[in-house]
Design a protein. Structure first.
Lengths: 456, 281
């Protein structure tokens, strides 16, 4: 294990001046709203008047349709793995945006279909169903759009909470990829039947630019960049080590891995090309800073995939995508740092503990686990603490199973100047929520609590 | 890690979207100020709003009906026409689909407004093809006929021609070729005189105005030529009806420029003045 500790090169990499980088989230949200305003303006400028209810319904259908078309592109963009989103806004936050806006778009699509078909039916004095069948058959590109909508509804259905939990993640993920087909199929009817695109060629151009950009970004960051990364580094499994009951580390060898661009605290999406594991790709954090020939991930056996990692053979090819994640040294704004890890959340904290630039005594790691047995990587952590003059504390359940109380008072007792710290937080949702509340109670401002949580 | 309130978020997003859309719809006027052209103008000759949405002309006849014709495939692409019929007459016609891409876009931009106009003028599918756009014209006529068939007035349409204007057919030709021929397009008065002003070139394209003068008054004004293509088409469709109306209302070339269409307005006024000069008053 001595091979992975003490990565001096990596520490130097993060040893820059403390200059917190603002997340571009606000700027991006403003851009998204400006785009939406532009879309509404497009409708506004192309609509001279609205005379009666039929018109009102049809125009409501047009507005929802335009907004759905616009947002659809953004929903896809959110999953294009653009570095600015993954590394600066944070993969977890972007994933939540994606889920939220995806649901919203689906609602807009349904409203658009309902309103438009009802409006046409009123105009033609026919039934809504007849009108829908007629429109799908006669209007250009509507057949494709109908198939695309069907796919979208199906994808939306299997993403609904209760149903999603019953489907294996990999199955769900691969069905979810059908969204690309659905978006492609429903794209064309927007241009050929949309009033606003028929009247205004500039609008058509803008739509092509929007969807073209998104397509290019998806191809670049989801296809080309990973292929280049894996060809360059040619990663293979080097060794699998059991760190604690149910927690294993996988050491991965490859070429020039210190040039892979990963900062401590980040993660990759890993795919192990072993039988039965080829189809699944999972996000695991690096538990140590990258070394020239070695990466390490540490994983707790929670699901099928993480359990199967134990049986990995040396030499198994590894396909990685990344690095992703915004929980890095660039988030801090103060000299003093508190790292809080719950269970296997220790992995990114372990990498940060080793590399975060800090004066002796300015760095503290608080490690929460069920029992002392479960404190994975403890020996390494103690060695780092000794070498760096950092504080290392742990909190475990008492022998009768009682949970330690992490509250504002205990935190202040341990760290009297806690409100002058940056706090990095990683762990299971319950732990993270409790710790967050306690930290806020102890006077740490929200902007200095940095955490990642992958709950949608 | 702010507290999540999924239900509150859903309710908020839904309410915000619905009220936003309702607000937008409520802010739109009930009738198009540009499309309800001057009072003295026979209704057949209005320039057609590109949307042709049912409500545009619905104000003048409660029983206005919007009908969409069949999709007609041509060698260059699909053509589909939507018309609004009120009181047995076509009050507006618009192409939902027309050939696009490359040269086709240019041809469509040029031909479709002319065909729309001709359809309204003649009231039937018996309109002349626009030269240089034979396929599009053919498809347009077929789709228009199918829309008229749906209106249940295949023959009634031609009967209306008389009502619209004695020489409606000629008017259609005039629109197509763009030359300013004098036709008494339904002004009714025997001494009505149609005069075409000179073509004035602006930065965005030529503008040419044709007026009908009767009893010393301008009873009708229309633009024979106006800038088209891209943004210009939109500016034109917005501003020209307003200018036409203003010309009839003012009875002179002393009309206000339409904001956002300064060049078109300038050319319009100049051409209008030249037409008034020709009319001798």
């Amino acid at each position: 294990m001595s091979t992975i500790a003490g990565g001096r090169a990596a520490r130097r990499q993060t040893m820059r001046r403390i200059r917190p980088r603002r997340s571009p989230a606000i700027a991006l949200l403003i851009a998204v709203w400006a785009g939406a305003a532009g879309v509404v303006w497009l409708w506004w400028s192309n609509t001279p008047s609205i005379a009666d209810d039929k018109d009102r319904i049809l125009n409501a259908g047009r507005i929802t349709g335009l907004l759905a078309g616009y947002l659809m592109a953004l929903v896809v963009l959110q999953m294009a793995r653009v570095p600015a989103l993954e590394r600066r806004v944070g993969s977890d936050r972007v994933a939540r945006w994606h889920a939220m806006s995806g649901r919203y778009v689906l609602c807009l699509v349904l409203a658009h279909i309902g309103l438009t078909m009802y409006g046409y039916a009123l105009q033609a004095n026919t039934g809504v169903v007849d009108q829908t069948i007629d429109s799908v058959n006669t209007l250009p590109d509507m057949g494709k759009a109908a198939i695309g909508t069907g796919l979208l509804l199906f994808i939306g259905l299997i993403s609904v909470g209760g149903l999603r939990k019953r489907i294996p993640y990999d199955t769900w993920y691969h069905i979810h990829l059908l969204t690309y087909a659905a978006v492609y199929l429903s794209f064309w009817h927007q241009l050929s039947t949309g009033n606003d695109f028929a009247v205004q060629p500039t609008a058509t151009t803008a739509w092509y630019v929007l969807y073209g950009t998104v397509t290019a970004l998806v191809l670049w960051y989801r296809v080309f960049v990973p292929i280049r990364l894996n060809l360059r580094h040619g990663m293979r499994v080097e060794e699998v080590v059991e760190e604690a009951p149910g927690i294993v580390s996988v050491l991965i060898s490859g070429k020039r891995l210190h040039r892979i661009g990963a900062e401590p605290g980040q993660f990759f999406r890993w795919r192990f090309l072993a039988p039965g594991m080829r189809l699944s790709s999972h996000p695991y954090s690096l538990s140590a800073a990258p070394r020239p020939g070695l990466l390490r991930i540490t994983v707790k056996a929670l699901g099928d995939h993480s359990t199967a990692l134990k049986g990995l053979k040396r030499g198994t090819r590894v396909w990685a995508e990344g690095p992703y994640g915004a929980l890095t040294a660039s988030r801090r704004s103060r000299g003093k740092v508190l790292l809080m890890a719950g269970g296997v959340g220790i992995t990114p904290m372990r990498a940060l503990f080793e590399t975060l630039p800090a004066a002796r005594g300015d760095l503290t790691l608080l490690y929460r686990a069920n029992s002392t047995q479960d404190l994975a990587l403890w020996d390494e952590l103690s060695a780092i603490a000794d070498e760096r003059g950092a504080r290392l504390m742990y909190a475990v359940n008492s022998p009768d199973g009682e949970r330690p109380d992490i509250n504002p008072e205990t935190l202040r007792q341990k760290l009297p100047d806690i409100d002058d710290h940056d706090v990095f937080l990683c762990g299971p949702p319950g732990f993270a929520q409790g710790a967050y509340t306690a930290l806020r109670g102890a006077g740490v401002p929200a902007r200095r609590i940095h955490h990642e949580s992958f709950e949608l | 890690m702010k507290k999540n309130h999924p239900l509150r978020r859903i309710v908020l997003a839904g309410a915000a979207t619905v009220s936003g859309i309702v607000l937008l719809l409520a802010l739109k006027p009930a009738s198009d100020p540009a499309a309800s052209s001057a009072d003295g103008v026979p209704q057949g000759q209005q320039s057609v709003a590109p949307q042709g949405s049912g409500g545009t002309q619905a104000a003048d006849a409660a029983q206005a009906q919007t009908l969409t014709g069949d999709v007609v495939k041509t060698d260059y692409g699909n053509v589909q026409v939507r018309i609004t019929v009120a009181g047995g007459k076509i009050t507006s016609a618009a192409a939902l689909q027309s050939p696009t891409g490359g040269r086709s876009t240019t041809v469509s931009t040029d031909a479709v407004p002319k065909l729309n106009k001709a359809a309204v003028t003649t009231g039937t599918a018996d309109i002349d093809a626009v030269s240089g756009a034979t396929y599009t014209s053919g498809g347009y006529k077929k789709s228009l006929q199918s829309a008229l068939d749906k209106a249940g007035a295949p023959g009634g349409g031609s009967a209306d021609t008389g009502g619209t204007g004695g020489t409606g057919g000629t008017g259609g030709t005039g629109g197509g070729s763009g030359s300013g021929d004098a036709s008494g397009s339904g002004a009714g008065a025997a001494q009505a005189k149609t005069v075409t002003g000179k073509a004035v070139t602006t930065d965005y394209g030529p503008v040419q105005v044709r007026i009908t003068v009767s009893g010393g008054k301008i009873t009708k004004a229309e633009a024979v030529q106006s800038p088209s293509g891209g943004r210009s088409s939109q500016v034109t469709s917005d501003s020209v009806p307003k200018l036409n109306k203003a010309a009839v209302a003012a009875g002179s070339a002393d009309i206000d420029a339409v904001s956002g269409a300064t060049y078109t307005s300038g050319g319009y006024k100049e051409s209008l003045q030249s037409a008034l000069d020709q009319a001798g008053g």
